[in-house]
Design a protein around this ligand. Structure first.
Ligand code: ADP
Length: 411
C-alpha cells in the first residue's frame, strides 16, 4: 500500500509557505505601525509646541488660534515679541514647553533650533512665528532619542508578534513531525502486512496442493464435507492473500496488466460457470442478459475475470433472502457498461464512495457475519482504472445495489 508521499510534501511546503507569508505580513504590519506611531509622535510634539507658544507671556506671540501639525504657524503682532532665537533660550518658554511635552507624555530630552528653510525631516517639528521680528526663520524641535522612544512604545507589539510567530512555527513543526512519525509507523505496518501476506502464500499453496492430492489419491473422500471446507477456506484465504499482494505491487508501481482482446460474453460466462457451486449454495438466480459474441474489450482476461467474480461474489454475499442477480451489458460508441444488479441489503448512500477504498466496509445494521477484509472493491477499482475504465455504485438500503463497470472498447 502506497503512502501519500506527495500529500505529505505538499503539507510541508504549504506550512513553510504559510509561515513565510505570516512573517512577511507581520513585518509589513509592524512597519506600518511604526510609521503611524511616528506620525502620532510628531502631532503631539506640534501640539505641545503650539500650546507652549500660545501660553508664552499671556499669548504675546499669538493673536489667533494656534494650528497644530507637524509644522505650523502662529500669527500675532510683532511689537513685544521676542525673536525666534531669543525664544529658544527663554527659560519660561522652555519650562512651558517641558510641561506641555509632559502633558502629552513625551518625556524626552529635546533641542530647540532655528531653521531657515523647511525643517529637517528626522527628529524634528517646526513652527513659524510671523509675529516675531525674525519671522523668516522657524522654531524647530528635535529629539535625539526619538527612534528609541517610538520603538519602545511598540515593544509589546514586537514581543507579542515574535511570540505568536514562534508559537505558530513550533505548532507546525510538531504537526509535521507527528505526521512523519505516523507515516513511518504506517509504512512499518504496511510492510509487515505485505510481508505476512507473502509468507502466508507458500503454506497456503502447499495446503491446497495437499487437499487436491487427497482428492486424487482417495476418490472415495471426494464427497467429504470436511475436505470440502478445507478446500473452500483455502481458496478463500488464497484469494485474499493474492489481493493484498496484488494491491501492494500496484502501489509499488508494477502494473501487471497484459492486454489482449477479450470477449465480454465469454468472460462473464466463465465466471458464472466457475461460481456455479456458490450460486446454487445460496439458492440464487443469476440472469445473464443477451450479449453479442462480437463485443470485445482490450484487457487482461485473468484480472477482469477476478473483477467480475468479486462483484458477483459480493452480490451473493450481501443478501438476506434468495439472491436475484442480473448481469447486463450495454454498448456506447466508446465502450461497454457491464452492470451487476442485485436485490441484496444495499449500501447506505453515505458509504457508496468509501467501499472502494482499502479495508473499508459498509456498516450494515443487520449483517455482521459476512467475512471479508474490505479489499475486494479496492482491487476491482484499481484493475478497472488500469483498463482506463470506471466503476460506480447505485444502491438503496434493503432494496439492492447496482455496480456499473465501464470499460473502453477495442480501438
Ligand atoms: P469485503 O466484501 O471483503 O468486505 P469488498 O471490498 O468487496 O470487501 O466490499 C466492501 C464493502 O462494500 C463490503 O464490506 C460491503 O459492506 C459493501 N458491499 C460490496 N458489495 C455489496 C453489495 N453487492 N451489496 C451490499 N453491500 C456491498
Amino acid at each position: 500500500m502506497k503512502l501519500p508521499q506527495g500529500k505529505i510534501s505538499g503539507i510541508l511546503i504549504g506550512s513553510a509557505l504559510a509561515v513565510l507569508g505570516l512573517v512577511a505580513f507581520q513585518l509589513t504590519w509592524m512597519r506600518y505601525s511604526q510609521r503611524l506611531s511616528e506620525e502620532i509622535f510628531n502631532q503631539r510634539v506640534s501640539m505641545a509646541l503650539c500650546s507652549a507658544v500660545e501660553n508664552y507671556k499671556g499669548g504675546i506671540l499669538c493673536s489667533s488660534e494656534c494650528v497644530a501639525g507637524s509644522s505650523g504657524s502662529v500669527g500675532g503682532s510683532a511689537s513685544a515679541s521676542p525673536s525666534v532665537n531669543e525664544l529658544r533660550h527663554d527659560s519660561a518658554f522652555n519650562a512651558d514647553l517641558r510641561k506641555a511635552l509632559d502633558f502629552y507624555q513625551i518625556k524626552l530630552d529635546y533641542q530647540l533650533d532655528t531653521t531657515e528653510a523647511k525643517p529637517a525631516q528626522d527628529n524634528c517639528c517646526a513652527i513659524s512665528l510671523p509675529a516675531a521680528p525674525d519671522a523668516d526663520v522657524q522654531l524647530s524641535m528635535s529629539f535625539p532619542d526619538k527612534d528609541a522612544f517610538v520603538l519602545g512604545g511598540m515593544n509589546y507589539m514586537v514581543f507579542a508578534t515574535v511570540l505568536i510567530l514562534l508559537f505558530t512555527i513550533a505548532v507546525l513543526l510538531m504537526a509535521n513531525w507527528s505526521l512523519f512519525k505516523q507515516k513511518r509507523l504506517l509504512q512499518t505496518n504496511v510492510d509487515f502486512f505485505n510481508n505476512m501476506a507473502h509468507e502466508f502464500r507458500t503454506p497456503l499453496t502447499n495446503m491446497g496442493l495437499a487437499v487436491n492430492m487427497v482428492y486424487r489419491k482417495h476418490p472415495e473422500l471426494s464427497n467429504s464435507p470436511l475436505l470440502g471446507i478445507l478446500k473452500k477456506e483455502n481458496e478463500r484465504l488464497m484469494e485474499e492473500v493474492d489481493r493484498v499482494l496484488h494491491l501492494a505491487s500496484l502501489d509499488k508501481g508494477d502494473h501487471l496488466i497484459k492486454k489482449a482482446p477479450v470477449p465480454i460474453k465469454g468472460i462473464l460466462q466463465a465466471v458464472l460457470d466457475d461460481m456455479a457451486m456458490a450460486i446454487s449454495e445460496r439458492n440464487a438466480v443469476v440472469r445473464l442478459n443477451e450479449i453479442p459474441d462480437s463485443w470485445q474489450i482490450n484487457g487482461d482476461a485473468v484480472h477482469l475475470e477476478k473483477v467480475f467474480r468479486n462483484l458477483l461474489d459480493n452480490a451473493l454475499k450481501y443478501s438476506r433472502m434468495e439472491p436475484e442477480i442480473t448481469i447486463s451489458v450495454s454498448e456506447d460508441p466508446k465502450g461497454f457498461m457491464i452492470s451487476f444488479q442485485d436485490n441484496g441489503i444495499g449500501i447506505p448512500s453515505s458509504q457508496c464512495d468509501l467501499i472502494f477504498k482499502k479495508f473499508q466496509r459498509a456498516t450494515h445494521s443487520d449483517i455482521h457475519d459476512q467475512k471479508g477484509f474490505g479489499l475486494g472493491l479496492a482491487y476491482v477499482k484499481s484493475i478497472v482504472e488500469l483498463h482506463r475504465g470506471s466503476i460506480r455504485v447505485k444502491s438503496e438500503v434493503n432494496k439492492g445495489s447496482r455496480f456499473d463497470v465501464y470499460l473502453p472498447a477495442l480501438n
